[in-house]
Design a protein. Structure first.
Length: 415
């Protein structure tokens, strides 16, 4: 059954600190090539992955995409890059300029943090000055239950499961307590077509099981590394989901159309995926198209494009040269350390230059090492894993019987 048509416009595809870096822009001698390229009006790739400033992105892209009203806003977590743009929403609601109010969907925890950062947004009695603040309507949702937004089914990731399993969350770094405890961030499944995991450092196995309640994953339920997908207690017999309901047969579930997933750099970071984790997640979820977001500076769009094109090829493809002998793949070292740190970024010792060949080799090494350590079973999907860097202003199109695609890489998809 064809699901509804959805067009997904991406803004803020860069890192939380926003790109380009002011430190690089103001340093001609040491500024990285990625950031300095934004000063060159002739460089077509100079401003591909920017962010995260919603208002400036909307100013640039909404008129081009003929967008105007915000039907709903869903918050993933309470970090600054996810909530500090709330005050900018006054541009939509001040004196009813575009709309009277904006519905905001968030968890109780995120609402409490927003109230600390913006008390005047959640409590009208704390408004000061001239009173020109955005009009927001708050909707607290249960992170364990699907809900509807503008007619679209939204499934929060995480979920709660039957004993002996407990609630399991997507991790986004940690609290620096003694001992450290995880900081949690929500992912979402939209209309059983799009998975969104923008800020993540670890995905517990239970999250994949929750996704498997709604879409068909590429691994069989008997796969040992994904045994939690089969049922609540991991014994491989049965298909009851976390709410005591029966899952659909896999044949009746849709395949995921698109995945948007975090990838800060080649190596994993304390609060963000590296390229190996992102590719593993893409393979586990089996979406038709996979898009990386959250890039740091020091690595240009061109490098990410070259790396993901190589990673999208079959590992046995004759188009890929073998990895050098001094880059062995070891299942005991899932996070290989490069001999030189700059290989994680531009591939060149001089930050004002880049070495595409070295960067791609290191990215392949990191991915192959991570996947070997993850010991993924053989996929039932025959095609390779298509993955590309997301860019600001691109639109991903899927659903309604259409072929999944986008307006950034459509020339590739037609080849």
């Amino acid at each position: 059954m064809a699901r509804r048509e959805i067009d997904c416009l991406l803004l803020g595809t860069g890192t939380s600190g926003a790109l380009p870096s002011i430190a690089c822009l103001t340093s001609p001698e040491k500024g990285c090539k990625c950031c300095r390229s934004t000063l060159d009006p002739t460089d077509p790739l100079g401003r591909k992955n920017c962010g995260k400033t919603f208002y400036s992105g909307a100013v640039e892209w909404w008129p081009k995409k003929q967008l105007r009203q915000i039907d709903a806003l869903i918050l993933t977590h309470a970090h600054a890059d996810a909530i500090l743009g709330l005050d900018d929403l006054r541009g939509w609601t001040l004196r009813g300029a575009i709309q009277r109010s904006i519905p905001i969907y968030l968890t109780q925890h995120t609402f409490d943090e927003v109230s600390k950062a913006f008390p005047y947004l959640t409590n009208a009695g704390k408004v000061t000055g001239g009173g020109d603040v955005p009009a927001l309507t708050w909707h607290i949702f249960d992170p364990d239950a699907p809900f509807q937004v503008a007619g679209i089914e939204v499934v929060p990731l995480p979920g709660t499961y039957r004993p002996p399993l407990k609630r399991s969350h997507v991790h986004h770094g940690k609290y620096f307590t003694d001992p450290p405890t995880p900081f949690y961030c929500l992912g979402f499944l939209f209309d059983r077509q799009l998975a969104y995991l923008s800020d993540v450092s670890y995905i517990p196995p239970e999250i994949y099981r929750r996704v498997a309640q709604y879409v068909r994953l590429p691994f069989t339920s008997s796969s040992s590394s994904l045994s939690l997908l089969s049922n609540g207690n991991g014994n491989g017999n049965g298909n009851a989901n976390g709410h005591g309901e029966e899952d659909e047969d896999d044949e009746e579930k849709p395949r995921l159309k698109a995945l948007i997933v975090d990838c800060l750099r080649v190596e994993p970071f304390a609060s963000h995926f590296g390229i190996g984790q992102a590719v593993e997640t893409a393979r586990r979820l089996g979406a038709e198209r996979n898009y990386l977001v959250g890039f740091g500076h020091r690595t240009s769009h061109q490098l990410w494009l070259a790396a993901t094109r190589a990673l999208s090829l079959d590992a046995a493809s004759s188009l890929l040269p073998p990895l050098p002998a001094d880059m062995p793949i070891s299942s005991s070292v899932p996070i290989p350390k490069p001999a030189r740190d700059y290989l994680n970024y531009g591939g060149h010792a001089d930050p004002t230059l880049e070495d595409e060949e070295q960067f791609v080799l290191h990215a392949r090494w990191a991915v192959e090492s991570w996947l070997k350590a993850a010991a993924l079973p053989a996929s039932e999907e025959k095609e390779t894993c298509w993955i590309r860097p997301a860019v600001d202003g691109m639109t991903i199109r899927f659903g309604g019987g259409r072929e999944t695609g986008d307006d950034e890489y459509e020339d590739e998809q037609q080849e």
